[in-house]
Design a protein around this ligand. Structure first.
Ligand code: 6PG
Length: 229
């Protein structure tokens, strides 16, 4: 599967979606490579379950798709959420944890992340959420960040809560991944889900622009979010 193809997997509810996502994360941890985590709140349960299913993450390096510009112990930090739900629960930690340094601010933090990415060519698995407005990572509708072709990480403004600056991966590294997995749950995502997964690519819906061009793209959607699909 490649190009714009997407496999849509609909499950009963958010718990079932978390379970399926956790199974995929555990499999990726066993396979090894470079794994990108997402923020927001939907993945929290998936992270907890993934740590139970596979407590040895020594074969993977962990990255983030986006971060809020707050310190790493702030309640709004995507790193803090993943640390509490996943990293702190592992018996064997990842080979490396590459967090985005939100505390540096959006521009310096993005530049630091680009340096951290170094010569890495492709992520093996990118986990993404989908905002009710169709955003992914911190790539918001109709923003110039969607046109970025050179840089792999950039600063961004938040267009939904929490209203703090962001650091985000850009579309090129997301679309270069070997696999992309969207995890989407809840009725408030139904409109965004149909636009992102069943519509034409459009800057109005950043999720519609993320496809693993030479890999697999899967959308794991609960029944409420899949209501219009
Ligand atoms: C963030 C995110 C963001 C998130 C979506 C969906 O920092 O907020 O990484 O892109 O994935 O907003 O979040 P939920 O799944 O929690 O609704």
């Amino acid at each position: 599967m490649a190009g714009r193809e997407i496999e849509i997997v609909v499950v009963d509810d958010a718990d079932a979606a978390a379970q399926r996502a956790a199974e995929r994360l555990a499999k990726a941890a066993r396979a090894g490579g470079h794994l990108v985590l997402t923020g927001g709140s939907t993945p929290r349960r998936a992270y907890e379950l993934a740590a139970e299913l596979e407590p040895d993450w020594s074969r993977v390096e962990v990255w983030w798709g986006d971060e809020r510009c707050v310190p790493p112990d702030d309640d709004r930090s995507n790193y803090a959420m993943a640390k509490a739900a996943l990293l702190d629960r592992l018996a064997v930690p990842p080979a490396a944890v590459h967090r985005m340094e939100g505390e540096l601010g959006r521009d310096e933090g993005a530049a630091a992340y680009e340096r951290e990415l170094g010569s890495l060519e492709r992520f093996d698995l990118v986990l993404l959420g989908l905002g009710p407005d169709g955003h992914v990572a911190s790539l918001y509708p109709e923003q110039p960040t969607l046109d970025e072709t050179e840089r792999r990480a950039i600063g961004a403004e938040a267009h939904l809560q929490p209203f703090v600056d962001r650091i985000t991966l850009t579309l090129p590294p997301l679309c270069a991944a070997r696999a992309v997995l969207f995890l989407v749950a809840g009725a408030d995502k139904a409109d965004a889900a149909v636009r992102a997964f069943a519509g034409e690519p459009s800057h109005a819906t950043p999720g519609s622009l993320v496809r693993a061009a030479q890999g697999t793209t899967t959308a794991l959607v609960d029944a409420a979010a899949a209501a219009l699909l």
